[in-house]
Design a protein around this ligand. Structure first.
Ligand SMILES: *Cc1c(COP(=O)(O)O)cnc(C)c1O
Length: 367
């Protein structure tokens, strides 16, 4: 079986470094908010090219606490509208509703799976306060156009970078275009911890300051609580794991880009639509997502041929029970996408032999 993603093999490459880092934390006797986190925050901010990075418990909190920080800073209030792609992973939308803000679901460009400035512009109302672009599957959104639009309308921009560590456009990385970038380091992400973790990048000292309290019960100083905060800290062990993984991120990204190139050049079955690449440095290939009409048939055919695939995502957020209020919405592009998308095996450790086999089997598929 060619697995969709083999985390064990990915992390085994760095076994010695990971074990050493883990031992260092165990021996230090200090497990929460210490040197490893400080060092990781600095290293991750440097990697992205942002002034600050702040470690948090997970990616959902990175999104939700960013919005919360803007509320605490008086930039947002209950009921304000946040523009978000309708085809995103539900976490982007949960972060909005958790803050009593109103998600405005906008259809993406079906070719790139991302929002466009034109699509966003049509949905702006006097209540719109935030644009939340999601760099889906690893491809950065058209950030120059989006930032220009945001400036015109005086809107905040929160980038959901959970799938796009290191993706660039016009030489500038995901997480440094908007007012803040929210990252997840869930184990399966391009930069993955060995457990849950997340971070926010920002150039805004005030926002950084509020976030540093929010993640720790709303407190900057022990037993003095400025905000009704939460407990969402990135622990020392995970920070140490992430410092190791960050050193290898660039070469892992190159391996993903190499794999994507083989797929893009090799797959020529007319029944399959390949993903559109806007610029080659802009895509870090968290997922390689094709579109096909008889998706479920292709998925079973690949399974019969020992190739594991997944669907990202089978049900759009507005059709989820959790969002009954959106049930009647009609979003034809998004709904069609959810019927057609299929994610092929993609990882930094997939071999060219495996890729060639997948390409051959895909090209042999007849409906
Ligand atoms: C994974 C993911 C999240 C949530 O990150 P967690 O660390 O799992 O909470 C948010 N948005 C997108 C687009 C994601 O892929």
């Amino acid at each position: 079986m060619i697995p969709f993603l083999d985390l064990k093999t990915i992390n085994k490459q760095y076994q010695a470094e990971l074990k050493e880092a883990c031992a260092r934390v165990i021996d230090s006797g200090w497990y929460i908010m210490g040197k490893e986190l400080d060092a990781f925050e600095t290293e991750f901010a440097d990697f992205c090219g942002s002034k600050k990075a702040i470690g948090l418990g997970n990616g959902l909190d990175a999104l939700a606490l960013s919005l919360r920080a803007w509320k605490e800073l008086g930039k947002l209030k209950d009921g304000d509208e946040v523009i978000v792609p309708a085809n995103t992973y539900i976490a982007s939308i949960l972060a909005i509703s958790e803050n009593n803000l109103t998600p405005i679901l906008v259809e993406p460009d079906p070719a790139t799976f991302n929002l466009t400035a034109e699509g966003i512009a049509k949905s702006i109302t006097p209540k719109t306060k935030v644009i939340l672009p999601v760099h889906l599957y690893g491809q950065i959104s058209p950030m120059r156009d989006i930032m220009q639009l945001a400036k015109q309308h005086n809107l905040l921009v929160l980038e959901d970078c959970a799938q796009a560590h290191g993706a660039m456009i016009d030489g500038k990385m995901a997480g440094t275009w908007g007012d803040a970038g929210a990252f997840s380091f869930y184990p399966g992400k391009n930069l993955g911890a060995l457990g849950d973790a997340g971070a926010v990048t920002t150039d805004d000292d005030k926002m950084f300051d509020v976030l540093s309290a929010l993640r720790n019960y709303g407190s900057h100083e022990k037993y003095k609580n400025k905000f009704k905060g939460v407990n969402s800290r990135l622990d020392e062990i995970q920070a140490a794991m992430l410092r190791v993984k960050l050193r290898h991120l660039q070469s892992e990204t190159q391996a993903r880009q190499q794999a994507a190139k083989l797929y893009l050049n090799g797959i020529n079955n007319p029944l399959i639509t390949l993903p559109e690449v806007v610029n080659s440095e802009g895509h870090v290939w968290h997922l390689f997502v094709i579109k096909v009409n008889e998706r479920d048939k292709l998925m079973s055919y690949l399974k019969e041929n020992s190739i594991q695939t997944l669907i990202h995502y089978p049900i759009p957020p507005h059709k989820q029970d959790a969002y009954n209020e959106f049930r009647e919405m009609v979003l034809p592009k998004t709904e069609l996408m959810h019927e057609q998308v299929l994610s092929l095996p993609m990882s930094p450790v997939i071999s060219s032999h495996e890729l060639c086999k997948i390409i051959e089997i895909l090209n042999d598929w007849k409906n």
